[in-house]
Design a protein around this ligand. Structure first.
Ligand code: SF4
Ligand code: SF4
Length: 69
């Protein structure tokens, strides 16, 4: 089981992680705005995640954490 967590407070909504994910696990929120005024990335299909960590490596703000158990 892999869990992806996005720190929405740090995210600047650049979308790099969304493009990096091969499984369409992530998307930019259409409704949420964070304190910086950005639409943050969110997890939309946790079950599809394969734990490749492409998203975390791509994020310039180190906002993504991958946990495996
Ligand atoms: S770890 Fe891989 S599959 Fe999971 S959300 Fe990140 S890029 Fe997508
Ligand atoms: S790459 Fe990082 S800063 Fe950019 S949308 Fe994804 S989580 Fe947010």
């Amino acid at each position: 089981m892999v869990k992806v967590t996005i720190n929405e407070l740090v995210c600047k909504g650049c979308g790099l992680c969304v493009r990096a994910c091969p499984k369409s696990v992530l998307a930019l929120s259409k409704t949420k705005l964070n304190a910086k005024g950005y639409h943050p990335a969110e997890v939309v299909d946790q079950a599809a995640c394969i734990g490749c960590a492409s998203c975390a490596r791509t994020c310039p703000d180190v906002a993504i954490r991958i946990e495996k158990d």
